[in-house]
Write a protein that binds this ligand. Structure first.
Ligand code: FMN
Length: 222
């Protein structure tokens, strides 16, 4: 696939076919994503990819934990968006609920849609992205570059994914269930697989801010 087509095709997918992806394809995606850049080439990322019975057990466990209010984050979830950032947040939520045919005031169905985060949108695989403990915002950028490389690689293979901060609510549960060491801190998860092309939720399209609003050119001396 042509590179700009890969970039354009990557959108968050929230409905998947249940059949697992060939393990060799998944390995190829993660292997190639290791080429991502990082501060001083530290490569401060760990990915834990979960499939099969272990994934099914998490699919049952996470909604239970969330409903019981058992939430344990490794990183704070306290960003407050104002101004144009708040507008974009609202617009992206609106695009999602419009795709699902859910009215703004329909809290019940909005909650049902949100809860699908914890069943991985029925995806056959999920990858959890971890930062070594003690690392901060600089290294989080590296982890993001690695994760974006994974997402683009998945598109290149005809697959789709959804990055999910919501999965970070279960950092403690996941560390215990997967036997992950305490010195790995969960940033987010990524459900992935072959997207259901005709699922209404996958028709969601989010807008982008204007080129001239975000990119400025500096050439002439003042
Ligand atoms: C780090 C990160 C965390 C995200 N967390 C969630 C999430 O928890 N649940 C969800 O449905 N979408 C989540 N998203 C998807 C965003 O809503 C989506 O990327 C944004 O609206 C732009 O849409 P697009 O990915 O289709 O281009 C997340 C995206 C990123 C990059």
């Amino acid at each position: 696939m042509e590179f700009y087509e890969v970039l354009e095709k990557r959108r968050s997918m929230r409905a998947f076919h249940s059949e697992p992806v060939d393990q060799k394809v998944i390995e190829r995606v993660f292997q190639n994503a290791l080429a991502a850049p990082s501060n001083c080439n530290t490569q401060p990322w760990y990915a834990h990819v979960v499939s099969g019975p272990q994934l099914e057990s998490l699919r049952a466990l996470l909604p239970e934990k969330f409903m019981a209010g058992e939430i344990e984050l490794d990183f704070p979830y306290d960003g407050v968006y104002e101004g144009e950032f708040k507008d974009r947040q609202y617009a992206s939520a609106q695009a999602l609920y419009d795709a699902l045919g859910i009215e703004r005031q329909d809290k019940v169905n909005r909650n049902i849609a949100f809860m699908r985060n914890f069943t991985f949108f029925d995806a056959p695989h999920v990858a959890f992205f971890y930062l070594p403990s003690g690392f901060g915002i600089r290294e989080a950028c590296d982890l993001g570059m690695f994760a974006q490389s994974v997402m683009l690689g998945l598109v290149n293979e005809g697959l789709g994914s959804c990055p999910q901060t919501a999965l970070g609510f279960h950092a403690g549960t996941l560390r215990q269930a997967l036997g992950i060491a305490d010195d790995r801190k969960l940033m987010f998860g990524l459900s992935f697989g072959r997207p259901l092309e005709d699922a209404p939720v996958n028709a969601c399209r989010t807008a982008r801010a204007g080129f001239d609003d975000l990119i400025q050119w500096h050439t002439d001396l003042a």
